[in-house]
Design a protein around this ligand. Structure first.
Ligand code: AMP
Length: 510
């Protein structure tokens, strides 16, 4: 399939596509659109940035455009479920763009804002509803939306839904769908829980897989910088202030640190906006718009808030904190290097983060090059560490990090050097603590294995879920295990006290 003309889309869609200057369909589009037009179910394995929105939006618009019916109050003909409000808004914008020459209406349904105007558009009648699961269920329960006339159902970013703990909601929604329908299903990965849901949702689906062979995008220049925790802010300012034509997304682990980082950047004269789950929907949208329109050059975000955001021309992704789940690294760095452009992904790694770095490198199947010029020595990561002082195996002088002597030559009184020597003292103390923790973790791993607590239970229901209210609708309760994909490895023993609570919150991305 070479051109959009060969896809046999109706003329108003062809015109809209031409208006967008799309020349050729992307692989997910050329494989999905023809079969979706024939009303087959589709099981698509694809990430954001592959053009998958048009892959499902165009067949839906084509089908509804041909029928030329007026919309029915509360009863949409097509429903798209997305994991986040931002993605729902983005999908809505795509429907508006592709459907601009058609007389079809779409309504957006997501939480964090008043339901009044959403209810009004549903009552007026919308052909297509784009929703996040929580608010959709709320409105269904209140009788403002019924799915009995539904003809097409799309589940987008199913793996994110799973990560965010939406599966029970999704299953409830699926139960309300008419048996006779077309279902289009998209996910970047195919975890067992995802496969399970495809079995109940799809009938004889056409499988489309456009997952890149290498996990992380080749066009993205990746590097890691070893830096003390205290040195991160200064390093970030240094990196970002020295770049022209900058458009950067900085990822932090917690909402508090997102605010802190944005504040520090603004104080340093670098215009930045923060986006995370504690901000109102309007504040998040304002920050996104400011970044999109280049009023601010830097967006500081937590993982969940940034999910699905598609902004062109992002030059840099900086992992101020490494993600705890390696998969998130791939998603994060994928925000740059879009549409064939080049991008740079810089990851800060502090003492104690080496394990996370190792997991990421294992997933992407290569070692991320170290920026030796900006890296400092870190206390070694454990008593038996065979790694260099930066936590990396040395591969020749250049990679093994600077020696104490070299560091002195760079300036004995430098702030970084002071940080690090303080870090080394700290290192001795933390080693003892770490040994104790490993012992407790091993014991708790054995215990969970005995109680039959599956590692899948914990997978993804922890860090990627923000504040327990990642859904559109009301508050959600974060999974209590605090475990991650690596199962017991990250599980901490239950501790009481303020610090323990803080640590637990941080590990959930709060
Ligand atoms: P998506 O994966 O749907 O989020 O799309 C990623 C980006 O690719 C969006 O900015 C789309 O506007 C753009 N896009 C989608 N399809 C095409 C196409 N066939 N040609 C050029 N750009 C496209």
């Amino acid at each position: 399939m070479k051109t959009f003309t060969e896809l046999n889309l109706i003329e108003p869609l062809q015109r809209a596509i031409a208006g967008e200057n799309y020349k050729t369909p992307t692989p997910i589009q050329s494989q999905t659109i023809p079969v979706a037009l024939k009303r087959r179910d589709v099981l698509g394995c694809a990430q954001t940035g592959t053009g998958k929105t048009a892959a499902f939006a165009l067949p839906i618009l084509n089908r509804l455009g041909l029928q030329n019916r007026s919309a029915k109050a509360k009863r949409p003909f097509a429903l798209v479920l997305a994991p986040t409000r931002e993605l729902a808004v983005q999908i809505g914008a795509s429907f508006a763009t592709y459907g601009k020459h058609l007389k079809l209406r779409h309504a957006l349904v997501y939480g964090g804002v008043s339901q009044t105007s959403q209810v009004r558009s549903l009552q007026r009648g919308a052909h297509i509803v784009i929703a996040t699961p929580g608010r959709l269920l709320d409105l269904m329960n209140q009788g403002f939306i019924q799915l009995d006339k539904l003809e097409v159902f799309v589940l987008d970013e199913a793996d994110r839904m799973l990560d965010m703990g939406f599966m029970p909601d999704i299953k409830r929604i699926i139960r309300e769908l008419p048996a006779k329908r077309q279902s289009l299903f998209f996910s970047a990965t195919m975890a067992p829980a995802i496969v399970e849901i495809t079995d109940t949702l799809l009938v004889d689906p056409v499988k489309v897989d456009v997952t890149p062979k290498t996990r992380s995008v080749k066009k993205i220049k990746q590097q890691v910088i070893f830096v003390s925790r205290k040195g991160k802010s200064d390093l970030l300012q240094k990196i970002l202030s020295s770049r022209d034509n900058l458009r950067a997304i900085v990822f932090t682990k917690t909402k508090r640190s997102a605010n802190f980082v944005a504040e520090r950047l603004n104080k340093a004269g670098l215009k930045a906006a923060a986006i995370h789950g504690n901000k109102s929907q309007n504040a998040r949208q304002r920050a996104l718009d400011a970044f999109r329109n280049q009023f601010v050059k830097i967006l500081v975000a937590t993982d969940v808030a940034a999910r699905g955001i598609d902004i062109e021309g992002v030059t840099h992704v900086v992992n101020f904190d490494l993600p705890m789940e390696p998969e998130a690294y791939v998603h994060r760095i994928g925000r740059t290097g879009r549409a064939g452009a080049k991008g740079i992904a810089i990851s800060f790694c502090s003492s104690g983060d080496q394990g996370d770095l190792k997991s990421i490198e294992k997933l992407i199947d290569h070692e991320i090059p170290v920026n030796q010029e900006l890296s400092v020595n870190l206390p070694s990561s454990g008593p038996k560490s065979t790694r260099g002082r930066t936590g990396r195996k040395s591969s020749g002088g250049a990679r093994s990090g600077t020696s104490q002597g070299e560091r002195s030559r760079k300036g004995a009184g430098s702030r970084r050097a002071r940080d690090e020597s303080a870090g080394n003292e700290k290192g001795k103390r933390t080693t003892k603590r770490r040994r104790r923790r490993v012992r407790t973790e091993k014991a708790s791993a054995v215990k969970s294995a005995r109680t039959g607590e599956s590692s899948r239970m914990g997978a993804g229901e922890s860090s990627s879920r923000e504040s327990g209210k990642g859904t559109a609708g009301g508050k959600r309760v974060a999974s209590g295990t605090g475990a991650t994909k690596s199962g017991a490895k990250r599980r901490r023993p239950q501790r009481k006290g303020k610090n323990a609570r803080k640590r637990a919150n941080a590990s959930r991305g709060e």
